[in-house]
Design a binder for this molecule. Structure first.
Ligand SMILES: N[C@@H](CCC(=O)NCCCC(=O)O)C(=O)O
Length: 252
């Protein structure tokens, strides 16, 4: 059995919220379970507006990987040049993730970005978001009043980019059926990212950073019951494998 000290340490950015009137931190257990079951050790990263850059600088050297989770909150539109207010903002998370991502790319630190996390990767890489995706052709957003098993059930197909990093990593599959719980999505993928998967309405559903060992963002939720999905299990296994490699090279 692998010793705990040999496992890669994966930073997971928390979400700030208010619970029963108290300011509180939230991190859904499913993200941590997926990391730990795949052989990593998860460490939660809280944040504070005004300290994003400093927290990123202090923590990055300790990490062997970074996971950006989903969240009901949205990135503030000014972050990608759009106008308007954001009711469901988490400015401390925006600040920390947008400080961590460029450094993770520079250091070649493995990065798995899920749902809001993928949107953060897009914004950090110079892309933009659509704040309200159309829902006529593809049902991107589940009914939030439905039972969880229904919300996270497979919702629509995606086509993987042939010969893309993600398709290769998932064993050469051409398409997947994915769950879908987002109102926003990629408008313009920007100059640095490669589209890795697309929905039937043309919305880009996954991205990667070319020339990086593992920097992948997916708009769906592979962490949800990942054990039941070959593609999700492969994705987490490949992420933790990349984190092991990073740790090994860091120690040389
Ligand atoms: N708020 C954004 C991002 C959606 C998102 O990340 N949903 C996740 C829900 C909770 C979870 O399972 O982690 C949008 O609406 O596009």
């Amino acid at each position: 059995m692998e010793r705990i000290m040999d496992k890669p340490l994966i930073g997971v950015v928390m979400c700030h919220t208010v619970k029963e009137g108290h300011p509180a931190w939230v991190l859904y257990q499913k993200y941590l379970d997926a990391i730990m079951d795949a052989g990593g050790v998860a460490i939660a990263l809280p944040h504070r507006p005004g300290l994003g850059e400093a927290i990123a600088q202090r923590t990055l050297g300790l990490l062997d990987g970074l996971l950006l989770s989903g969240s009901p909150s949205n990135i503030e539109p000014w972050r990608y040049g759009a106008s308007g207010e954001e009711e469901k903002a988490d400015p401390g998370r925006d600040e920390l993730t947008l400080a961590l991502i460029p450094q993770a790319l520079k250091l070649r630190l493995p990065l798995l970005a899920i749902c809001r996390g993928m949107q953060e990767l897009v914004v950090a890489a110079g892309g933009t978001l659509n704040r309200q995706l159309p829902s006529e052709k593809v049902r991107h957003c589940a009914d939030t009043d439905a039972p969880l098993a229904e919300q996270y059930a497979p919702a629509h197909p995606i086509q993987l980019t042939a010969d893309g990093q993600l398709a290769r990593l998932l064993g050469g599959v051409a398409s997947l059926q994915v769950n879908s719980l987002h109102k926003q999505g990629i408008q313009d993928v920007g100059p640095r990212l490669q589209a890795e998967a697309t929905a039937e309405d043309g919305v880009i559903e996954a991205v990667s950073v070319p020339d990086h060992p593992f920097a992948i963002g997916v708009q769906w939720h592979p962490e949800w019951r990942y054990q039941d999905s070959d593609a999700s299990s492969r994705l987490f296994a490949a992420f933790i494998h990349a984190c092991h490699q990073y740790r090994k090279e860091k120690r040389l």
